[in-house]
Design a protein around this ligand. Structure first.
Ligand code: URP
Ligand code: ZN
Ligand code: ZN
Ligand code: ZN
Length: 486
């Protein structure tokens, strides 16, 4: 049985151009993108006149069914993905956490969790220790398991945090495998110190979370990770860029020619820390995530950095705990599970905040929510484009009507929403050629999501080792130490 679908009369928007055209889909694949396509009666037709037809969102940064801070995120691979689909995101990349340091055991556990998937997904892998067996397993991940990115946490001392020695080993290994190194950039030792200081001062509420880990600790770790990646001469992806301090380090590195990718997340782009200072614990604690949501002003500057290309693609860091779980930290902010929602709201909010304000074009919207993620993780143009041959992951956005975002109508399992009251405009979601969100109704099937393997970056790394000798000597420029032979 083949499902056939025609999306008629909309403005089809890709990262590179837009045109009024019909989109014909068969068996989950886009077959044709052309004006005035004629089809037979058995084809379901969706009228998109006056609306935008765009590639489904790809969220590069989520945590579904993650065990973290003594509990587990309340959205699993089904509820989190259902929420994503209701908000126009059709693929996400989740972080596998090793089990007792074992990558293989970690992956097996995530493969199990992902069996109920109702949309396509990929994996990054966290690296929490480094030895010969981790090094071997990293190769298995890249060559056999479709994972091309590894994340290093420079924060969460005592659990996920790695030191500089481990980071260096990891960066070298990523480079030799053609994998992309990712970093959570906060100085975990200093955060630990800051937390102790707050408790000593009697500051135990959620505001202590922000006060204990200021922007300068994010700037320091971002700079350090960038320098070490530069020293190893391998690309670096900085996740959840939350502060001006971190953004400026990325800008400086990119200006000097270093390959650094910067990922802002929706919370950092659209919120400020005012909620964290609410005197009501339940209100304040829902905004606790790491790095913290910053004081007003950082968000505006991060929006600018997204519009001028210093930052390239938007994630969510969707990592959701309900108010009962957040209340674990009622007497001590260090015990509030870190994380906010966003997987359902990302597309709406990037549109609302960036496009409607004129900061980015409609094509740029597609680029930062979908295409760039597909490119960075090497799955373009299967994903991230509406062109013949691509997967039929498509959304329809209506610029002329909107609805309210709130915890009563959202599809996440959590009972709060940090974007309460904001507006959304995605009306229809098509995933793998099936209409899964239409007329405010979800039609999702557990088990229908596919695992998307992400191949290593041979194009990035070819020749890089040969270039190393000259690269390392260029780090010492302009002083030339070698003897002249003339
Ligand atoms: O607070 C956050 N960000 N929770 C998820 C884990 C991480 O650091 O990405
Ligand atoms: Zn085109
Ligand atoms: Zn992180
Ligand atoms: Zn995260």
């Amino acid at each position: 049985s083949s499902t056939k679908l025609l999306i008629k009369g909309g403005t089809v928007v890709n990262a590179h151009h837009q045109e009024v055209a019909d989109v014909y889909v068969e068996d989950g694949i886009i077959v044709a993108v052309k004006p005035d396509l004629k089809v037979t009666d058995d084809v379901k037709v969706i009228d998109a006149t006056g609306k935008f037809v765009m590639p489904g969102g790809i969220d590069p940064h989520t945590h579904l069914a993650m065990e973290f801070m003594g509990t587990e995120t309340i959205d699993d691979f089904f509820s989190g993905q259902a929420a994503a689909l209701a908000g126009g995101t059709t693929m996400h990349i989740d972080f596998v956490i090793p089990v007792n340091g074992s990558l293989i055991a970690g992956l097996e556990s995530y493969e199990e969790k992902a069996k109920k998937s109702c949309m396509d997904y990929g994996f990054h892998m966290a690296i929490t220790k480094f030895d010969d067996s981790v090094s071997r397993d990293m190769e298995i991940m890249v060559k056999e398991k479709g994972i091309n990115s590894f994340k290093f946490f420079l924060a969460y001392k005592g659990s996920l945090m790695v030191n500089d020695e481990l980071l260096l080993e990891g960066l070298k290994r990523c480079k030799s495998l053609g994998a992309l190194a990712m970093v959570h950039a906060e100085n975990g030792d200093a955060v630990f110190e800051g937390q102790k200081r707050m408790i000593q001062l009697g500051i135990t509420g959620p505001e202590g979370h922000a006060l204990s880990r200021p922007p300068l600790l994010e700037g320091e770790a971002t700079a350090r990770a960038i320098r070490l990646a530069g020293f190893v001469n391998t690309p670096l992806y900085v996740v959840h860029v939350m502060s001006i301090d971190a953004m400026e380090e990325i800008a400086k590195a990119r200006k000097s020619g270093q390959r650094v990718v910067g990922e802002p997340v929706v919370s950092g782009l659209v919120l400020d820390d005012s909620g964290l200072w609410d005197s009501d614990f339940a209100t304040a604690s829902k905004f606790v995530m790491s790095p913290p949501i910053r004081a007003a002003g950082h968000n505006k500057v991060l929006q600018g950095a997204l519009s001028n290309g210093v930052l390239q693609l938007v994630g969510t860091d969707h990592c959701v705990f309900n108010s009962t779980q957040k209340a674990f930290g009622i007497d001590d902010f260090r015990k509030i599970p870190n994380g906010v929602n966003g997987i359902e709201e990302r597309m709406h909010l990037v549109w609302d905040t960036m496009v409607e304000s004129g900061q980015i074009s409609i094509n740029d919207f597609v680029r930062v929510t979908s295409t760039e993620c597909a490119r960075v993780f090497n799955i373009y143009p299967r994903k991230g484009a509406i062109i013949a041959g691509s997967d039929a992951d498509i959304i329809i956005l209506n610029p002329n009507s909107s609805f309210e975002i709130n915890a009563r109508s959202h599809h996440s399992r959590t009972d709060t929403n940090v974007y309460e009251g904001r507006r959304g405009k995605v009306e229809v979601t098509i995933a793998g050629g099936r209409v899964v969100w239409e007329n405010n109704e979800l039609k999702v099937v557990p088990g229908s999501g596919k695992y998307i393997e992400m191949p290593p970056f041979n194009y990035l790394f070819s020749g890089i080792d040969k270039a190393d000798a000259s690269y390392l000597s260029s780090l010492n420029a302009p002083v030339k130490r070698s003897k002249s032979t003339t």
